[in-house]
Design a protein around this ligand. Structure first.
Ligand code: SF4
Ligand code: SF4
Length: 232
């Protein structure tokens, strides 16, 4: 698993209008249904709307384990985690969409209108003929200065690289200007830097066709999540 496949999965999740939601039903078996995707934060979080007194809400009240599946052009992203029902006014107002009125005639204040918030724990995917299974907690571990996921890098053993953090910016290929800059400025990763992405980091992530991210900007997305995690 690397930052590229994480970003490909983010883009599939963020672009799909519908997905499959599996909950544990009253008889203890999974129950799958299609549901509209209201808001997503890539593979990390997903939001849906539903009825406060509907069968899905009742199932969630009894068992908060859930799975969400997105499919696009033969690619598949399955997320497993927990789900909760949100009924606070701020969340309901911020996620209200006009077509909800068909289901909730009293609008944002309709007592039957609620939001489901799904939080991912593990990911299982098949994208561009590549499969991966990983925990979100492993993606959120800071493991490089620039956002690369060094802990699961396939070259780690073949070139005996221990990464740029442990070597203070001197991994197997020599001194890295990104890591050196980050260390000089006193940040643990570039996501903490207000200049992110500076021209140099942007060139590494988006401007280098051979060695850069595919899709461009994949490591910048990881840095954003590392920053969010540390500020929560
Ligand atoms: S490019 Fe530089 S900062 Fe990024 S992982 Fe490699 S050595 Fe570390
Ligand atoms: S974002 Fe750019 S300026 Fe900021 S620490 Fe990283 S390399 Fe240095």
């Amino acid at each position: 698993m690397d930052c590229n496949i994480v970003e490909k999965a983010n883009r599939i999740v963020n672009s799909e209008e519908d997905c499959y939601l599996a909950l544990i039903s009253e008889n203890g078996y999974p129950s799958v249904s299609t549901i509209s995707s209201i808001k997503t934060d890539g593979i990390f979080k997903a939001y849906f709307s539903s009825s406060t007194n509907g069968p899905k809400s009742l199932r969630i009240a009894k068992n908060n384990k859930a799975s969400v599946c997105y499919r696009s052009e033969g690619n598949n992203v399955t997320l497993v985690g927990t789900i909760k029902v949100l009924t606070d006014t701020k969340t309901k107002n911020s996620l209200w969409v006009d077509w909800f009125i068909k289901h909730f005639p009293e609008g944002k204040d309709d007592p039957n209108y609620c939001i489901f918030e799904f939080t991912t724990k593990t990911v299982n995917l098949w994208i561009d003929r590549e499969s991966a299974v990983f925990k979100i907690s492993d993606v959120l571990k800071v493991q490089s200065r620039c956002g690369l996921l060094c802990n699961t890098c396939k070259y780690k053993e073949s070139v005996n690289c221990v990464g740029c953090i442990e070597t203070m910016g001197n991994p197997f290929h020599g001194e890295c200007p990104i890591a050196i800059c980050c260390q000089k400025l006193g940040y643990s990763h570039c996501g903490e830097c207000p200049e992110m992405p500076c021209e140099q980091l942007n060139n590494y992530s988006c401007g280098d066709e051979e060695h850069g991210d595919k899709p461009a900007g994949a490591r910048l997305s990881i840095l954003k999540h590392w920053k969010e995690k540390s500020s929560n």
